[in-house]
Design a protein around this ligand. Structure first.
Ligand SMILES: *Cc1c(COP(=O)(O)O)cnc(C)c1O
Length: 399
């Protein structure tokens, strides 16, 4: 009985592999893209602004700047915040490397604050402990879609004169109390990678309510170049004239991508609703399971659920996560792990970051496993995942 795991030759729970995430593209999306391909502008055309305007309307932000991907959005955010050599920026280790790399791009130093053992979000008291007179900003990540207690983060930032950058790659459509993500941090960044809530293939967006940040973000997207007469330093010239004022990048996004983004954004409410239903089904089926810990969301957070991350009670199951992971994959369930703590990567080690920096994160990293979640899944799929989970748990506890 113990060896009916697919890994050891038994029948897998599913015939067909279920990925952990995937895009949902329909005929309207395809049509929107084809229309742009037939038109005059493939890039720097009208769809960029249309997409920016739609994101402003959806999030409630005053300004939006569309860029080539979520990492470019974070880089631009750090540039706008004025991060430079000698500056420290506090962020969480339980995130994709881009949340910290963006600080390094600007010559700054990422400082990792530990996570809260319940919510797995950055721990406010550890932020406070890690603030020095070099600290310039905090990059808060809405891990899995759940949001931190931003009122408290805003208080803290005010007290120490810090810029709040919200990495909202997971949280388009999430709310903090009544406010939509994108409307309350100093700068918020989004990603439209195919596993995120809406996709443009590759793509990103930055929102802000600050006009100074907005100008700097726009400059940064196009090499630091401007044609804006009010910004020119050398006077007004002929119409060909432009000036490079800063060292920016080519972080533009195409009209093809923005048309797709616009069409996808039309369906965001449906996507979020579906993700919430699937999460409710997971919670219903897994409630009371003594071998795992389900995600915990605080009352101020209304998650749009990018990821469904559970924690294995390793002691109770007598397993290690990597073994558990291997068995789940063999059952054709596309589990994943979000994330390897950023400073565990060899590159960060080479910069001098050591194991032991954030003990809570390191411990939780051994327990986390991401279960499949995307809008075209259905409740049968959720059932399969839970069946596989119970099958693997049973194998371990009866071993
Ligand atoms: C996806 C993601 C990014 C980067 O976005 P890209 O569009 O892939 O560059 C940054 N931070 C987090 C937390 C992410 O999940």
């Amino acid at each position: 009985m113990n060896n009916d795991l697919a890994y050891y030759g038994g029948n897998p729970i599913r015939e067909e592999f279920l990925p952990y995430g995937r895009q949902a593209i329909d005929d309207d999306d395809i049509k929107a893209v084809v229309e742009v391909l037939k038109g005059d502008y493939l890039t720097t055309g009208p769809f960029v602004k249309k997409f920016e305007d739609a994101i402003k309307e959806y999030t409630g932000a005053q300004y939006a700047v569309a860029v080539s991907n979520g990492t470019a959005a974070l880089h631009a955010a750090c540039f706008a915040a004025g991060i430079k050599e000698g500056d420290e920026v506090i962020t969480t280790p339980l995130t994709f490397a881009a949340s910290a790399n963006c600080v390094l791009y600007c010559g700054g130093t990422p400082v990792f604050a530990d996570i809260d053992s319940e919510t797995m979000l950055i721990d406010l008291s550890d932020i406070e402990r890690k603030i020095t007179d070099k600290t310039k900003a905090i990059i808060v990540v809405d891990y899995t879609g759940c949001v931190c207690d931003y009122d408290k983060i805003i208080d803290l930032a005010k007290k120490h004169n810090l810029v709040i950058i919200e990495d909202a790659a997971h949280s388009l459509g999430s709310r903090y109390k009544e406010k939509y993500v994108g409307s309350f941090a100093d700068i918020t960044t989004f990603s439209f990678h195919p596993v995120k809530h809406i996709t443009t293939g590759e793509g990103g967006m930055i929102t802000t309510n600050n006009p100074v940040f907005y100008e700097r973000l726009k400059l940064f997207r196009t090499h630091g170049i401007t044609r804006d007469r009010e910004l020119l330093k050398e006077g007004i010239h002929q119409s060909y004239y432009y000036e490079q004022l800063e060292l920016g990048f080519n972080y533009r996004i195409t009209d093809i991508q923005c048309a797709l983004g616009l069409s996808q954004l039309d369906k965001i409410d449906k996507f979020v609703e579906k993700r919430k239903e699937l999460v409710a089904e997971y919670n219903r089926l897994l409630k009371g399971n003594e071998y795992i810990i389900l995600p915990i969301e605080k009352e101020y957070s209304h998650s749009s659920w990018h990821l469904f991350v559970i924690r294995l009670k390793n002691d109770k199951i007598r397993c290690d996560r990597d073994e558990f992971f291997k068995y789940m994959l063999s059952e054709n369930i596309g589990v994943n792990v979000h994330y390897i703590p950023v400073y565990h990567h060899p590159y960060y080690k080479s910069l001098g970051y050591n194991t032991g920096l954030c003990p809570v994160c390191e411990e939780i990293f051994q327990e986390i496993i991401t279960l499949p979640l995307f809008p075209s899944m259905n409740c049968d799929d959720v059932n399969n995942v839970v069946e596989a989970l119970n099958k693997v748990i049973k194998y371990f506890i009866s071993k």
